[in-house]
Design a protein around this ligand. Structure first.
Ligand SMILES: *Cc1c(COP(=O)(O)O)cnc(C)c1O
Length: 460
């Protein structure tokens, strides 16, 4: 006899989940059901459906965090009710956000990091919008003060992530994406004179180009813009899109000068949820000084109590990711971040060297000098298969590797890219390498004459 008798009705929690009525039916997909379902059963059914998603740890196409410590999960749960916008109700969460801003300003060598202004965002995309808006407003204010036309702003970039194209379209700015010449994988100083003019609100340099993982030469670009200012009187600021590199270069590539040490770099964005190691949903935008962020863009919100300045595209937003970011800073310190990024970088370079030995491949980026990543293409021969076929083949074992064409002027070159992140161990990469070799062997012996495999992937 049970100590407390429960009637075994249809929804009883005593019933095996897979024997409840909910699990004998198709789940409603286009209309909300009239009645509810017992939480345990609903949870299991939803979780089971998610089994069909790819396994995030095997997704080597993403830059984003796919492994976190249990403490991070706990903090995320602890913070589930904290709304980032409500800085009066959750002043300590706001304080933690503020600390992260200053920690990053210091990491990126701002002159007076304690005076720097910045904010958290949902990711680098929102941070890029904010950085772009600040550039546009600064430019317009300057032009208006000079009595000049403000109707045709443009922004000059190399092969940028999609967020800059969105920025340009959403906020009415012409984007001048410099095409890749010859073997170039990013914007080069010599390109600038041709593309910049008095309507250029800024130049975007990317530290960790999405397509290959290389760093654009921020210091050399700044020198060229100095020369342009001397020759033509145009003072054009740089925004660095350091979505990934902002959390890599300061730890393992300190010889590369790319941040606020360069006077012309006025703002930087980075994704906390990429090499910042925080869970999904946090990015950062930091300006060199308060003067770089026009005051008209900052709103003061008083109806949540208090009077808090905010610069964001969103309003309500979770606070957990920001708290987790701060946890990571405390937990790891510079030493911990350095060890993690160095390990990733070493693994990427090892993989680069191994892939270079494969006769069908030619390396495009071998993991040296940029992000912990590799990019390669097929040699100029008919191999009987494409990189898209290879992506599909390794997918059979759960591996996700991105294949896609390079940007403008080099679209005929299809590359494959592998990102090495926290949680991707040397052994796991060894297993992947064996899988790639097996797949190539299979495809070489079973050519795909009319291959229809296509890129099916977004850069994230
Ligand atoms: C990922 C990425 C972005 C977009 O960042 P999210 O955090 O995904 O919004 C922008 N720029 C670069 C260079 C990136 O790698």
């Amino acid at each position: 006899m049970p100590i407390h008798h429960v009637k075994l009705d249809e929804q009883s929690t005593l019933k095996d989940i897979y024997a409840t009525p909910a699990s004998t039916r198709h789940l409603p997909k286009y209309r909300m059901p009239d009645e509810g379902t017992e939480p345990h059963a609903a949870y299991s059914l939803v979780r089971d459906e998610l089994l069909l998603d790819g396994n995030a740890r095997q997704n080597l196409a993403t830059f984003c965090t796919t492994w976190v410590e249990d403490e991070v999960k706990q903090l995320m749960t602890d913070a589930i009710d904290k709304n980032m916008i409500d800085k009066d109700e959750y002043p300590q969460t706001a304080e933690i956000e503020n600390r992260c801003v200053h920690i990053l300003a210091e990491l990126w060598n701002a002159q007076k990091s304690w005076e720097t202004i910045g904010c958290s965002t949902t990711g680098s995309s929102e941070a890029a919008m904010l950085g772009g808006l600040a550039l546009k407003w600064k430019w317009r204010n300057r032009r208006e003060a000079e009595g000049k036309d403000t109707s045709k702003p443009n922004i000059v970039t190399g092969p940028v992530q999609i967020c800059w194209k969105k920025f340009a379209r959403y906020f009415d700015v012409e984007i001048r994406e410099v095409p890749l010449e010859d073997d170039a994988l990013g914007i080069q100083p010599k390109d600038l004179r041709k593309y910049c003019d008095e309507n250029t609100i800024g130049v975007v340099a990317t530290l960790g180009v999405t397509f290959t993982g290389i760093y654009e030469p921020v210091e050399a670009l700044a020198h060229e813009l100095d020369a342009i200012e001397r020759d033509l009187g145009l003072n054009i600021p740089i925004h660095v899109d350091a979505a990934s590199g902002g959390f890599v270069a300061p730890f393992i590539q300190q010889d590369i000068i790319w941040d606020f040490q360069i006077e012309r770099v006025r703002s930087i964005n980075a994704s906390g949820h990429k090499y910042g190691l925080a869970p999904l949903g946090v990015g950062w935008a930091i300006w060199a000084s308060k003067a770089d962020l026009p005051e008209e863009l900052i709103f003061n919100v008083d109806y949540l109590g208090g009077n808090m300045p905010t610069f964001a595209l969103n309003f309500s937003r979770p606070g957990g990711e920001i708290i987790a970011q701060y946890y990571n800073f405390l937990r790891l310190g510079r030493e911990g971040y350095t060890a993690i990024q160095q390990t990733c970088s070493d693994t990427a370079q090892w993989l680069g060297a191994e892939l270079a030995k494969i006769e069908q491949f030619e390396m495009v980026y071998d993991g040296h000098g940029g992000l912990p990543a590799v990019a390669y293409k097929l040699t100029d021969k008919d191999h009987g298969f494409t990189l898209y076929d290879l992506s599909e083949r390794v997918r059979m074992r759960g591996w996700q590797i991105a294949s896609y064409p390079l940007p403008q002027n080099r679209q005929e070159t299809v590359v494959q890219r592998i990102l090495i992140r926290h949680g991707v161990s040397r052994d796991l990469v060894q297993l992947l390498l064996e899988e790639i070799k097996r797949a190539i062997d299979h495809l070489s012996h079973n050519p795909i004459p009319n291959s229809t495999a296509k890129p099916g992937f977004n850069h994230g």
